[in-house]
Write a protein that binds this ligand. Structure first.
Ligand code: HEM
Length: 496
């Protein structure tokens, strides 16, 4: 009896106070919005009032409008100028010089949690999601070795094997007069390459019929979910706590993600239970490098898993997008196609005598095509946020106060008319002229500065197409695309 009375009391108290609580929250939000618009230290910077008032504007844009923030930013800069306030505490820049001011290797600015927390699935973080520079560097120092030029040259046959498997599967499509989804083909190729290179295992994505691999599909789905979860802190962690069977029942697209996770968990547990298993590997993997860590924050099953997932996410889309877009443009432009084929045929007269990477990297037109493909896909278009350090900073000739979240999307560099005249045209030649050397400074697909893992690779990139990408396929792709194009007409292009 007493309990019933207590419950009734509680409910009636709740009913009495709930409207007041809601009113207080609304009033607080309103006052905060007014403060953000008129009194905040960034109030002198222009921007849409709703964006400046609250981060909900970005959430509305991403979740409700399903728009592209980067494209919206182009509009905003056209209206408001070089610096736009896109959140209460957030500025976005468009002048190319600002890119180097924000992402300079001298800066060791922290990453901003609002963006990077969307990529944290567990209580621990990976090199990518660790916010402060020093902790990320400590972790990155281990895996960097795997991507030195020397290491990459030693494992080039692994990349070739994946490319060959992709080409075989494509040949089957041609023989069966089936159209080919190049995007999926390249995604499966980069996925299998990364698994083989980084973990010494495979998901067999490349042998999947029509390149419909569950893991590839799950990676794709997870990316689009993250854009929404960025605005709901902890959502991803919560979802991954749902029992796997229930999750696949509720959301069948997650099947591949769970399969991949199971495979990695088993591998990592196996390594921890018996580190000797690594001795049997054909080549060093991410796990070999991480095993060298003495620090408990790195030497744990969870940290190994976090890094493994990072490599899968970081390497699959970025590389396959560049390959897809590059192939599409090469095939769509007879002049580019003919020039590339001529160069490749001279260096690679017999299809079965595959040249080594060292030969391919010395081909100037191929290099130019790769760079133009990287420029066209931008790497990452989301503005990667950094936090201005306690002493403040000057960016784009303006003093920016400490704690401000600053960023610049790569697209503002890559489509700048002064740096890349006629920026929306695919012109590999721009990388070959007398001014080409200075252009490299403006190829920012890999970011600049603090992402040292890529600094290593960008060095290689300066001289070469990166080995980690299955570039030898360009010649092979060009060879089979001609007959496929004839046989299937526009369908091939339509599904790219
Ligand atoms: C065309 C290919 C690629 C592009 C354009 C690209 C671009 C980028 C960019 C822009 C970042 C920096 C993100 C930030 O600053 O927050 C990044 C980070 C990273 N990428 Fe890539 N990436 C590519 C391929 C790969 C591949 C193949 C791998 C591994 C197999 C990889 C592994 C990583 C890792 C581990 C990080 C985090 C490292 C760190 O924050 O220091 N990437 N990538």
């Amino acid at each position: 009896m007493a309990t019933i009375f207590a419950k009734t009391d509680f409910l009636s108290t709740l009913r009495a106070y709930a409207p007041w609580a809601v009113a207080c929250v609304c009033l607080y939000s309103l006052l905060k919005a007014v403060y953000n618009v008129y009194l905040h230290p960034l109030s002198r910077f222009p921007g849409p009032k709703l964006a400046v008032a609250s981060l909900w504007w970005q959430a509305y844009f991403d979740v409700w409008e399903k728009g592209s923030l980067s494209l919206k930013l182009v509009e905003l800069h056209a209206t408001y100028g070089n610096i736009v306030r896109i959140g209460p505490n957030q500025l976005h820049f468009s002048r190319p010089s600002a890119y180097h001011e924000i992402y300079s290797s001298r800066n060791r600015w922290s990453k901003d949690s609002h963006l990077y927390d969307a990529y944290v699935d567990t209580s621990s973080r990976s090199t990518f999601t660790l916010l402060d520079y020093e902790s990320a560097k400590k972790r990155r120092d281990f895996t960097m070795n795997l991507f030195s030029r020397k290491s990459i040259l030693e494992v080039q046959s692994l990349v070739q094997e994946c490319v060959d498997e992709m080409c075989d599967n494509i040949d089957d499509h041609i023989a069966n007069k089936k159209s080919i989804n190049f995007r999926r083909a390249f995604r499966c190729c980069t996925l299998d390459t990364i698994c083989s290179l980084c973990f010494g295992c495979t998901t067999n994505a490349l042998s999947a019929s029509e390149f419909r691999s569950p893991v590839e599909h799950a990676l794709e789905t997870a990316l689009s979910i993250r854009r929404i979860f960025k605005h709901i802190p902890g959502a991803m962690t919560l979802i991954l706590r749902i029992p796997p069977d229930l999750l696949t029942y509720l959301q069948p697209d997650t099947k591949g993600h769970l399969e991949m996770n199971k495979m990695l968990v088993e591998q990592v547990r196996g390594i921890f239970a018996n580190p000797q298993t690594l001795a049997n590997a054909d080549h060093p993997t991410v796990f070999h490098e991480l095993m060298k860590a003495k620090d408990q924050s790195i030497f744990s099953e969870q940290a190994f898993l976090d890094e493994a997932w990072l490599f899968l996410f970081a390497g699959t889309d970025t590389s396959s997008d560049a390959l897809t877009v590059g192939t599409l443009h090469v095939l769509g432009d007879h002049h580019v196609y003919a020039k590339l084929m001529k160069e490749l045929l001279e260096a690679w007269p017999k299809l079965d005598d595959r040249p080594r990477y060292e030969t391919l990297e010395s081909l100037p037109y191929l290099r130019a095509v790769v760079k133009e493909s990287l420029r066209f896909t931008h790497g990452v278009v989301t503005p990667l946020t950094r936090v201005v350090p306690p002493e403040g900073a000057v960016i784009s000739e303006e003093f920016i106060p400490s704690g401000t979240v600053v960023s610049m999307s790569n697209i503002f560099v890559h489509t700048n008319e002064e740096i890349f005249p006629d920026p929306h045209a695919f012109k590999p030649e721009r990388w070959l002229g007398p001014a080409a050397g200075s252009l490299d400074n403006w190829l920012v697909s890999f970011g600049k500065g603090s992402t040292e893992l890529h600094r290593n690779q960008s060095c290689a990139l300066r001289d070469v197409p990166r080995l980690r990408e299955p570039l030898p396929s360009v010649r092979h792709a060009a060879e089979w695309c001609e007959p496929v194009g004839l046989a299937l007409g526009r369908r091939v292009h339509a599904c790219v």
